[in-house]
Design a protein around this ligand. Structure first.
Ligand SMILES: [Zn+2]
Length: 99
């Protein structure tokens, strides 16, 4: 039989998320560093975004880390400051099942 499995990855760390998160994006306030039409750098501002956020990154937000964003036309990149392109292994993302 053929099984189609939807893989969901966290918009921030790109780590794979458990299927439990399917269709459950998180509304979150991020710090945008570009305007969203052409992606030019401007003065940072807050923006409400709907993103896939894994438990680990969600916990980081709860601990007080802001998510930063850049991009245009809906193609956005998200990261924690000082954590751009993090190594998922370093972030303790080996297993997503706990918590
Ligand atoms: Zn994440």
């Amino acid at each position: 039989m053929k099984q189609i499995i939807t893989k969901i990855t966290c918009d921030v760390c790109k780590g794979e998320m458990s299927p439990i998160h399917k269709d459950e994006k998180t509304h979150i306030t991020v710090v945008f560093t570009t305007e969203q039409t052409e992606g030019r750098s401007i003065k940072h501002y807050l923006s409400n975004e709907l993103i896939d956020l894994c438990n680990h990154c969600q916990q980081k937000v709860i601990e007080g880390h802001m998510i930063f964003a850049e991009g245009a036309m809906g193609h956005n990149t998200y990261w924690f400051k000082h954590w751009k392109n993090p190594d998922p292994a370093q972030l303790g993302l080996k297993k997503e099942s706990e918590g």
